[in-house]
Design a protein around this ligand. Structure first.
Ligand SMILES: *Cc1c(COP(=O)(O)O)cnc(C)c1O
Length: 426
């Protein structure tokens, strides 16, 4: 459920008209609903706690939506943060996420980033390889601390909505095998700069079937038991993120209650503290991208193009993952639906949001909303074609705030420098 609804013939976000925001801030613009972010977080937490999970650490995957106001909204509810770079750790801290709820994941952490994470006092570094463990150990010893480590395992199950977002097969770059995990865990116990506290997995994104998750979690349970049988203590089991959301053209994702019941069943009696890293399921349906119709271009041979002022640089998921976003007019006109190819202004054929989509009648100047754009939307935006970075707005009831303003062209140009050899000779 989300808080983008038609009221009196037009789309609102909570108690704010989307058209009012577009008038004030211009388009394209991302708009997020505080109430929806909060609802999704609470629904997941309540489901887990209701199923018997004691004090779960729910670490929002910052990469899904790194805006500090979004992070603050979740931090106030007790969310932690799952981070994959120093930049994300800094964002989480700036948003008020306590360091002891920050998880540092990722296959390619640099020594500088690891040192920063230890200084910040993050809760857990999810180590993805032996060389990384060795570097972290060295940094820990230099700083005189033992870094809390979870070994990220690749459980070798297939899951996820698209090959580019499946992470849990043995041939993906993420994590180590079960056998490696046992060896590394034992090795970590004998290192002075790290302290193995647990194991972690994350098998993919936009997962709409609980079975691969259950299979992976069951394997993780076995790992915890084998480690303990070998005399190694295990406090933490991090089950990652990956729960899918309804994008309208895909199978319905499992309800949070079903997910929580499965987790409780698979981990029952294990006596570990559980961590979760949801991104998409919290943020996707809490955000929309609003664009304006620039032109309607009808080819004599039949195709009809809806040319928008938003482009693939603002929302790359359709071009990158063949992703489907529901498109709704902000102020729908009466009339028959008909097919449009919905495109942006960028000089690439890939700048096509969708083809042959049936939409109600539209006119130049009308606003449309790309639904479910709150995760991996603005987060993946760029200035390709020297288009200004898309702004972001956060709504709370009747209030809205620009939480990332649209830069000016001067801002854009001022980041660049001419090399000395272009200076005029005197
Ligand atoms: C991307 C990612 C997540 C979040 O995935 P969602 O599908 O958005 O829930 C969680 N953990 C790790 C390690 C990730 O890389």
């Amino acid at each position: 459920m989300n808080h983008f609804e038609l009221k009196g013939g037009e789309l609102w976000c909570e108690d704010t008209k989307l058209s009012r925001i577009a008038e004030t801030v211009g388009t394209p613009v991302y708009i997020y609903s505080s109430a929806t972010l909060e609802r999704h977080f609470n629904v997941l937490r309540d489901a887990l706690v209701g199923a018997g999970v004691v004090e779960p650490l729910i670490a929002f995957a910052v990469k899904a939506n790194p805006n500090v106001a979004v992070l603050r909204t979740l931090a106030r509810l007790g969310a932690g943060a799952d981070t994959v770079s120093e930049g994300e750790i800094r964002r989480a801290l700036a948003a008020g996420v306590p360091a002891d709820r920050i998880v540092f994941s990722g296959v390619g952490k640099t020594a500088e980033e690891l040192a920063f994470a230890l200084e910040a006092g993050v809760a857990e570094v999810n180590v993805e390889s032996e060389p990384e463990l060795e570097i972290l150990d060295r940094i820990g010893r230099e700083k005189g601390v033992r870094a809390a480590v979870a070994i990220r395992v690749n459980p070798d199950v297939a899951a996820g909505g698209h090959a580019k977002i499946a992470t849990g097969k043995a041939d993906n770059k993420f994590g180590v095998s079960f056998a490696e995990a046992e060896r590394l865990y034992a090795r970590a116990m004998n290192m002075a700069g790290v302290r193995a506290i647990g194991v972690a997995c994350h098998i993919g994104s936009q997962i709409t079937d609980l079975r691969p998750m259950e299979e992976a979690f069951f394997k993780m349970r076995g790992l915890v038991q084998r480690l303990r049988a070998a005399g190694l203590p295990v406090e933490r089991l991090d089950l990652g993120g990956g729960l899918g959301v309804p994008y309208f053209n895909q199978p319905d994702p499992p309800a949070p209650d079903e997910y929580a019941a499965m987790v409780a069943r698979v981990t029952s009696g294990l006596d570990v503290s559980l961590a979760f890293e949801p991104g998409r399921m919290i943020a996707a349906n809490a955000g929309v991208l609003i664009a304006k119709v620039l032109h309607i271009h009808e080819r004599p041979e039949g195709r009809r193009f809806l040319v928008l002022d938003a482009a693939m640089n603002d929302l790359i998921r359709p071009a990158m993952y063949d992703a489907y976003h529901h498109i709704r007019p902000v102020e729908p006109r009466a009339g028959e639906v008909g097919p449009y190819d919905v495109v942006g202004p960028i000089c690439e054929t890939g700048d096509t949001f969708t083809r042959d989509r049936d939409l109600p009648p539209l006119e130049p100047g009308d606003l449309v909303a790309f639904m479910s754009a709150g995760a991996y939307g603005a987060a993946m935006s760029s200035e390709y074609n020297s288009r200004l970075l898309v702004p972001e707005v956060l709504v709370r009831g009747e209030q809205f705030a620009v939480v990332r303003p649209r830069p000016t062209y001067d801002d854009m140009l001022s980041r660049e420098r001419m090399p000395v050899w272009f200076e005029d000779p005197q």
